[in-house]
Ligand binder design. Structure first.
Ligand code: NAD
Length: 247
């Protein structure tokens, strides 16, 4: 498949997990990819690996919680590729705790990376997208942003915030032919979920009609759809990728 040939995508949090799978998936559709992450080595290795498939890949160390870093990421993308067609806001962290015990640091860290990080990258990327009069912005939310989760007040608030941000931005940018959508994954097997206690994993699995944890490619496939012209008339939506957990 080469339906993204000649396009450029920026993916945050691309050193591993869902972000890395998204970068690989978009590259397999012919897209040039900019992999950014706070982990420099991770994106360097991933970019050189992806280049073997005949597309261009650039690695840029970025802390998305910094607007200056987000701006540098977009500048580096424009210097190398001259355009930015797709932005995938995937970088995210958890600092789980019950609200009774959650301290200010845990709250602030999650909001800074997940919610403000998404704002920062959107803010940095929309000017060139508006000039081009085209663009696709895909934000990684979570089903817990829709239904909440005990022990994740900070994380679920950040993900609910991303959903509001997605819808408002979709309304503002629609006239410039920029589509903004969110994906709400359920329980996906990555490093983020591997350290959950077994009883929490079992509780998730019991609630999944498709009776399995999601794989990173289950999410990357939907990103591919939202990044391609197949979704040109879809904006402001949240697509759950959760094996049917929330319906
Ligand atoms: N795994 C799941 O079940 C699941 C479910 C719902 C939503 N999500 C969301 O999907 C996204 C990817 O999750 P994952 O499971 O691959 O997580 P992960 O922890 O495996 O990967 C997250 C990546 O983000 C990077 N990152 C962290 N802080 C950063 C920062 N400040 N700046 C730039 N990069 C930073 C990390 O270094 C890491 O490479 C996250 O937004 C997460 O909230 C995951």
């Amino acid at each position: 498949m080469d339906n993204l040939k000649g396009k450029t995508a920026v993916i945050t949090g691309a050193a591993r997990g869902i972000g890395l799978a998204i970068a690989r998936k978009l590259a397999s559709a012919g897209c040039n990819v900019v992999l950014s992450d706070i982990l420099q080595q991770g994106v360097d290795d991933a970019a050189s690996d992806i280049k073997k498939n005949g597309v261009e890949a650039l690695a840029v160390r970025t802390d998305v919680s910094s607007l200056a870093d987000a701006e540098k990421l977009v500048t580096a993308t424009l210097e190398k590729f001259g355009r930015i067609d797709i932005l995938v806001n995937n970088a995210g962290i958890t600092r789980d705790n019950l609200i009774m015990k959650m301290d200010e640091k845990e709250w602030d860290a999650v909001i800074a990376v997940n919610l403000k990080g998404t704002f920062n990258c959107i803010k940095a990327a929309i000017r060139p997208m508006m000039k081009q009069r085209s663009g696709k912005i895909i934000n990684l939310a979570s089903i817990v942003g829709l239904i909440g989760n005990a022990g994740q007040a900070n994380y679920s608030a950040s993900k609910a915030g991303i959903i509001g941000l997605t819808k408002s931005t979709a309304k503002e940018l629609g006239s410039r032919n920029i589509q903004v959508n969110a994906i709400a994954p359920g329980f996906i097997a990555t490093e983020m979920t591997e350290n959950l206690p077994q009883n929490a994993k079992d509780a998730f699995l019991n609630n999944i009609p498709l009776k399995r944890a999601g794989q990173v490619d289950d999410v990357a496939n939907i990103v591919l759809f939202l990044a391609s012209e197949l979704s040109d008339y879809v904006t402001g939506q949240v697509i759950n990728v959760d094996g049917g957990m929330v319906m």
